[in-house]
Ligand binder design. Structure first.
Ligand code: AMP
Ligand code: ZN
Ligand code: FE
Ligand code: FE
Length: 293
């Protein structure tokens, strides 16, 4: 279809991570992996950073994919973590950039505090963690997990998250992040589209205690329903909310390279829903393959 900036016949996967956050592959490698998997459209949604957009965009043009530039915003309700996906936002919006800088900086000091506590019981140093992260990457527990695995203290990320890094594991520290309603406002101010990521994960805080209507009132545009962390109950609740509030519905893999078992294209988004995202966004445009323009 000539008017669409993407190929509706090929799978659409709108939630992927690179090593600009806690994925294990560079942005170009992520795009290459998506091309190899037969996907036609992907969104790069690194945690709290847009640093991978240019590299991913260049690779997408070269490899014939459409790239939807995106982000996964860390937010919280009380201390429970809630993730908001932002699509097609203006990467130069000053308020957005400032808030993301704050979140990333707080993530670093929080990780340092965790590593200091872990280091009292295990042979782990801050440098070991830094060695696992790309320069400038958004630091998270996954990098601490990689350092623990490299030292042979755990088998892999998953075991680290189930033990030392578990929120009840004795070393967990929360990081400070804004309320999701604030992230939604910032994404909109930057011309982007805001989608609740994996609302069924970890206590589904965004969907309980009357929180969901607040997100809708703040202007939430959509919900990610197809995601391996959304069980059937979460999916049916989210479907009901989506119908009631006419929300955009997405499905995505949340690919992290070798950092998680999630496979590219394991959940996908309907072309009509991607069209709604593109129609609503004013912050930036999808990156289209060379041969289409
Ligand atoms: P943080 O935001 O630093 O507390 O770390 C949470 C992040 O770690 C999530 O956004 C996931 O990307 C990742 N994560 C959570 N559980 C696991 C797991 N079992 N294995 C690998 N990565 C995980
Ligand atoms: Zn992640
Ligand atoms: Fe997430
Ligand atoms: Fe994610």
């Amino acid at each position: 279809m000539s008017t669409r900036p993407f190929d509706p016949a090929k799978p659409i996967d709108l939630h992927l991570h690179s090593n600009e956050s806690d994925g294990t592959e560079s942005p170009a490698q992520v795009v290459q992996a998506a091309a190899d998997a037969g996907l036609g459209t992907i969104a790069l949604t690194d945690h709290d950073t847009m640093a991978g957009w240019d590299e991913a965009g260049a690779a997408a043009r070269r490899l014939g994919l459409t790239l939807i530039p995106g982000i996964e915003f860390s937010t919280q309700i009380e201390l429970a973590s809630v993730h908001i996906l932002g699509y097609l936002l203006d990467p130069h919006d000053r308020h957005l950039v400032a808030e993301l800088d704050r979140i990333r900086n707080d993530r670093v000091t929080r990780a340092e505090r965790m590593v200091e506590a872990i280091g009292r019981d295990f042979p782990l140093k801050w440098d070991d963690v830094l060695a696992e992260a790309q320069e400038g990457a958004t630091i998270g527990r996954p990098h601490i997990a990689d350092a623990l695995a490299r030292k042979g203290l755990v088998a892999d990320r998953n075991e680290a998250f189930a033990s030392i890094l578990h929120w009840q594991g004795g070393y967990f520290q929360p990081h400070r992040a804004p309320h999701p309603t604030h992230a939604i406002e910032l994404i909109h101010e930057a011309g982007g589209v805001a989608v609740l990521a994996h609302g069924g994960s970890r206590g589904r805080r965004a969907m309980s205690d009357g929180n969901f209507p607040k997100l809708v009132a703040a202007g939430l545009d959509g919900v990610e329903i197809g995601h391996r962390e959304n069980d059937e109950l979460a999916r049916s609740l989210l479907r009901g909310y989506a119908r009631k509030h006419e929300l955009i519905v997405t499905g995505s893999s949340d690919y992290h390279g070798a950092g998680k078992p999630n496979q590219l294209g394991e959940n996908t988004t309907d072309p009509a829903e991607l069209e709604r995202i593109i129609a609503r966004a004013t912050g930036t445009k999808p990156v289209v393959p060379h041969r289409e323009r």
